[in-house]
Write a protein that binds this ligand. Structure first.
Ligand code: ADP
Ligand code: ZN
Ligand code: ZN
Length: 753
């Protein structure tokens, strides 16, 4: 026996949340030693401070001097707040996305949990035993109020919050105590759950479940998923189904199977798709399955809700989490099924450190927990599509819309001709104007989408549609007002900006897109009596306002909705028969190798919003480059052909998914200094990783300056992210770093601005 270590003591390894990435050892003694477990949140001494930390290992390690170990001072919760698999996941994120451990843990664990906030405990009551007929009769005669309370409790599946039922049903404590004394009810202390499950988001629209009979394709898909669940082990399936093909029903049935096997379920959707409709449907299904709790996880939760949701999952009381990106870290027990709906959505990528991709983290978590992962999409990302082609993922296909309706008719308007005819810049084409008027007269609704993906300063000719691009990188070059040049943001090639179109000599070259406000005004001018409402990023962030607008739109109080593609998700209103995409070019001609992919996804998604009810839908797409591939493939609804073509494009230039990319952005107030340092950094990388990475840069970022900081980028292409990320971070620690230059490293970047 080592000195200082008591008989029942445990030595534990802890990751302290103290601003450095080290594992420290402590001693747990007494009662604490009995309860402490891997994943527990503890308070430990460091020097003269006490800090929070997570227990990562229990049991003595040989090279520790036990006599010098300090004691764990407090166990914050009885239950572990992280599982073994989440601890491993944290390490993976740290290495892959290049972040400190502390930042990763802060991202994973909600602040209210990390602060050791205590859950609110309240009394819950339920029936202890059934009363006999005789007892019931007596109760009825002598204590009718007690009988009423008894009847209520006998109908409940779960224990009820005591305070709440007495108040809501207007019972006195005396009535309650009467029942208690007779031994009919039992009381227990439970954590009050402030989960959003019962919040407005869930209760706003409780979906009445019609019982659904699966069609043949759905049945085949569900069977294939069930087989995979039965087999056990890690596997990934792409559920590749057109909009309206009933993917959600397939997820729900897979979820049922997993729950029947006593497994936990992680169900991820993009934040904007987390609508009351989605949540309502899942809720209704869980209600049918019986006493299964789900936690809804999104960015508007309060601290208390986060804490309660977290504890409900970590204690195993809730087994399902439905949520946006950060739900991927929820402490689900015995995870068996991971669902990522709309897997192609760039919104799954977090845009601050750690810059993780929710889908990719979900898959890695699925791997660690030996789960089945289902990725669903109508327009799979190229990354996923390639994995499917390579056989890494299995594919389940849904080719038909459930209601057998065909996809809406898509019209492409050539804006070059419109502009030539009008002899001035034009926002709305004649076709779009006519169709808007027609819908208004027929009391049908329209949505106008404005493409805001662009930060477009590329050169687009409004006469011939020519877009000036870099020969070497196959992305559009961008215009720089400061020195009147066109630059390639990948290789740095630079030329004087032309005064006329290099292709047709027209002076009508355009540099910028238009805003939602201008579209709204244009619509109001042509239809002064229509009710037009605009939704932008600002409106979206105010959840009540956004909900009210959606409510008004659903009830028909709004005729025309104008917004960015953010509102394309989850809008599913049967009276919408016209969808207009005002400026398809804006996402197309930007220096981003995913521009085609994004534009194609947007077109398909947007057209899925038209004609979902009994009325046929139409889509009008306006573009100065109507023959561009994404537009033509989308018009024919040919997803597969688009993906094949785009995969070839990517391969030709060895862009992702053929290689991985790490993007480094360096910024600072002095452009020369930033550029010089970016170059020094790249040279160091070249020296240490020659043959392992291919470097592009340094070059100015497409958005050259933000808040008086000049931005430069280096791109590192590689086959293997984590080791390269490790070296980049090592260089960053060792290199002499100028005081006013800041860097961001982004693995698998989605935003290239
Ligand atoms: P997706 O997610 O593929 O776009 P959804 O799952 O939202 O499609 O399904 C579209 C609509 O069809 C939903 O209202 C859903 O309830 C309904 N639905 C799904 N499967 C069936 C089915 N087999 N029979 C009838 N209706 C179905
Ligand atoms: Zn031209
Ligand atoms: Zn180039």
């Amino acid at each position: 026996m080592e000195s200082g270590l008591g008989l029942h003591d445990e030595v534990v390894a802890v990751w302290p949340l103290a601003g450095f990435d080290k594992t420290l050892h402590y001693r747990a003694s007494g009662k604490l030693a009995e309860t402490i477990a891997e994943g527990c949140l503890v308070r430990v001494p460091i020097g003269r401070r006490f800090v929070l930390g997570v227990v990562v290992e229990i049991g003595a390690t040989a090279d520790v001097d036990y006599s010098k170990l300090k004691l764990v001072s407090q166990l914050c919760y009885d239950e572990p707040i992280l599982t073994r698999e989440l601890l491993e996941l944290a390490e993976w994120i740290r290495a892959y996305y290049g972040s400190s451990r502390e930042l990763v843990l802060e991202t994973m664990i909600p602040a209210s949990v990390r602060r050791g906030m205590s859950p609110k405990k309240v009394r819950f009551v339920s029936l202890r035993r059934e009363a006999s007929d005789e007892e019931l009769g007596r109760l009825e005669k002598r204590a009718p109020k007690q009988k009423a309370l008894y009847d209520f409790l006998s109908q409940q599946i779960r224990p009820q919050n005591k305070g709440l039922i007495l108040k809501r049903l207007d019972h006195s404590p005396a009535t309650y105590n009467g029942l208690l004394e007779k031994g009919f009810v039992k009381e227990e202390t439970r954590i009050e759950e402030r989960t959003a499950y019962d919040d407005e988001i869930g209760s706003l629209e409780y979906v009445e479940e019609k019982s659904i009979e699966l069609n043949d394709e759905q049945r085949v898909a569900v069977e294939s998923l069930r087989k995979e669940l039965a087999k056990g082990g890690f596997a990934t399936h792409l559920l590749y189904g057109v909009t309206g093909s009933g993917k959600t029903e397939v997820y729900l049935q897979a979820m049922e199977s997993a729950l029947n096997r006593d497994q936990g379920v992680l169900y991820l959707v993009p934040e904007v798709a987390l609508t009351p409709q989605t949540v309502g449907r899942i809720r209704a299904r869980l209600a049918r399955l019986g006493d299964i709790d789900a936690v809804v996880w999104h960015s508007h939760l309060s601290d208390g809700e986060r804490l309660d949701g977290w504890m409900a999952l970590s204690s195993g009381r809730a087994r399902v989490v439905v949520g946006a990106r950060s739900a991927v870290f929820a402490p689900i027990r015995n995870l068996g099924l991971v669902i990522v709906d709309e897997e192609h959505e760039p919104a799954f990528k977090q845009d601050e450190t750690p810059r993780y991709h929710g889908r990719d983290v979900a898959i890695y978590r699925g791997f660690l927990s030996k789960s089945l992962c289902i990725l669903g999409s109508a327009t799979p990302s190229l990354e996923t599509y390639r994995n499917a082609i390579k056989g890494k993922y299995s594919v389940d296909r849904l080719t038909k819309r459930v209601d057998e309706r065909s996809l809406p008719m898509m019209h492409i308007v050539d804006m070059r001709q419109e502009i030539a005819r009008a002899r001035k810049p034009t926002q709305l084409s004649r076709m779009l104007v006519d169709k808007l008027k027609e819908r208004f007269e027929r009391k049908e609704q329209s949505i106008l989408f404005l493409n805001r993906r662009g930060f477009s300063a590329s050169m687009l000719c409004q006469e011939c549609g020519h877009v000036e691009a870099c020969d070497r990188c196959s992305v559009p070059v961008t215009y720089h007002r400061s020195d009147e040049t066109l630059k390639c943001h990948l290789c740095g090639a630079e030329a004087a900006a032309p005064m006329v179109c290099p292709s047709c000599r027209s002076p009508r070259i355009r540099w910028k897109g238009m805003g939602t406000q201008r579209i709204e005004n244009a619509v109001m001018k042509i239809l002064p009596n229509a009710k037009v409402v605009r939704v932008d990023a600002d409106t979206m962030s105010r959840k009540h306002l956004f909900r009210q607008i959606l409510g008004d739109f659903r009830s028909g109080r709004i005729d025309i909705l104008v917004g960015t593609q953010m509102i394309a998700k989850g809008l599913d209103y049967p009276n919408v028969t016209l969808v207009g995409l005002v400026d398809a070019d804006l996402s197309l001609h930007i220096p981003d190798f995913r521009a085609n992919e994004r534009t194609f996804q947007l077109l398909v998604q947007v057209s899925g919003r038209a004609g979902r009810g009994d009325l046929a839908g139409e889509v009008v797409v306006q573009s100065c480059t109507p023959h561009a591939d994404p537009i033509q493939f989308a018009r024919h609804g040919d997803v597969e052909a688009f993906l094949r073509m785009e995969l070839e494009n990517r391969e030709r230039f060895q862009y992702p998914p053929f290689r991985r990319l790490i993007r480094q952005v360096l910024r600072g107030p002095n452009p020369d200094k930033v550029a010089f340092f970016a170059e020094q950094f790249a040279k160091q990388v070249e020296k240490r990783l020659e043959g392992i990475v291919e470097i592009r840069g340094p070059v100015p970022c497409p958005i050259e300056k933000i808040k008086d900081n000049y931005r430069f980028q280096n791109w590192y292409f590689t086959a293997n992210v984590a080791p390269v990320m490790g070296v980049l971070r090592k260089i960053a620690r060792e290199i002499a770093w100028p005081a006013d230059v800041v860097q961001v490293l982004d693995a698998d970047p989605m935003m290239l601005s």
